[in-house]
Design a protein around this ligand. Structure first.
Ligand code: MG
Length: 311
């Protein structure tokens, strides 16, 4: 049996093996042009005092890589809500940097997520933030920018897309090549609207698709399949199982769909808050080394999927 994630001087990391990710047609591909599907975790909102920020540590990222075989981690930087970037830039940005630098050290991919529901209201702030990130990390093959977590019930063509074009243009003036992921209306579910009017003036743009199995089933997979057929590339930057149980038939259907379409995914969320999607039980260690007893049922389910994902 192959030891997942066994790492020695002879074993290259997933980023060394696959290099900079690119969009090719409706697929994310590695440096050789081969489709790649990654599996990993999203951290919870980074906001001061919300609880999830306690897990923004290198030891957590390291443990997820070693014990879960996580190949991608998402830093979900809260923006406009209390305790977020707009009220405390230094603390939130520092948390993101800890995660990015840990991922680079460990050789896994990392998503820098502008975790906002109203990003079009703070376009200037997003540009400043992402230009700083691009300046600091744009040379790194590990880094992916996610410039709008979940737009609400707003227009794709009139609101989200114009915002995205401004931020992408600002990033591309510094970093010409790293992957950029864009959300879509209705909590990043309206990939059908994106497919009708995709961003064509920049390369290496993918679109997020979020699913929570309690809410989103075959109808969303069918919508996403049509969007793929129309030629856009998708990236599941958040997903959640039905929660509180280690078996979820709908999760199995979704994971088969991701595997068949070579789509990467990050499980929501590394946190100990009492809610169905947290992977950790309350007061679980903030430095990893979790026993199975410290994982929730949905955490155990997610671990089983991520650890055995080998696409
Ligand atoms: Mg670059």
């Amino acid at each position: 049996m192959v030891q997942p994630n066994f790492c020695s001087a002879d074993n290259e990391t997933i980023v060394e093996n696959n290099g900079l990710l690119k969009v090719k047609g409706n697929r994310i591909v590695n440096q050789y042009g081969n489709p790649i599907s990654l599996a990993g975790n999203s951290l919870f909102w980074s906001n001061d005092g919300w609880g999830g920020e306690r897990y923004y540590s290198s030891r957590v990222v390291s443990w997820l890589k070693i014990d879960w075989n996580t190949s991608i981690i998402r830093a979900a930087m809260g923006v406009e809500d209390p305790g977020g970037y707009l009220s405390n830039r230094a603390t939130n940005q520092e948390r993101v940097k800890i995660i990015v630098e840990s991922a680079i050290d460990l050789g896994i991919y990392v998503i820098i997520d502008w975790h906002s529901h109203h990003a079009e209201d703070y376009t200037d702030e997003a540009i400043i933030f992402f230009q700083e990130m691009a300046t600091t990390y744009g040379h790194s093959k590990n880094v992916i920018y996610e410039i709008y977590n979940e737009p609400l019930d707003v227009s794709w063509s009139e609101t989200v897309k114009p915002y995205a074009l401004k931020v992408i243009s600002a990033v591309r003036s510094i970093d010409p090549d790293n992957l950029i992921i864009v959300g879509s209306p209705e909590w990043s579910q309206r990939v059908d609207l994106v497919a009708e009017d995709p961003i064509t003036s920049f390369e290496n743009i993918a679109y997020s698709l979020h699913f929570y199995t309690v809410h989103h089933q075959k109808w969303l997979r069918d919508r996403a399949s049509i969007a793929l057929k129309k030629g856009i590339a998708l990236f599941v930057t958040e997903w959640g199982s039905i929660g509180y149980q280690t078996v979820d038939a709908e999760t199995d259907l979704w994971m088969s769909w991701c595997a068949n379409n070579m789509i990467s995914h990050c499980n929501w969320a590394v946190n100990d808050k009492t809610e169905e999607w947290s992977i950790l039980v309350p007061a679980a260690s903030t430095s990893g080394h979790w026993t199975d007893d410290e994982l929730t049922k949905s955490g155990q389910l997610a671990k089983n999927i991520i650890k055995n994902w080998n696409k």
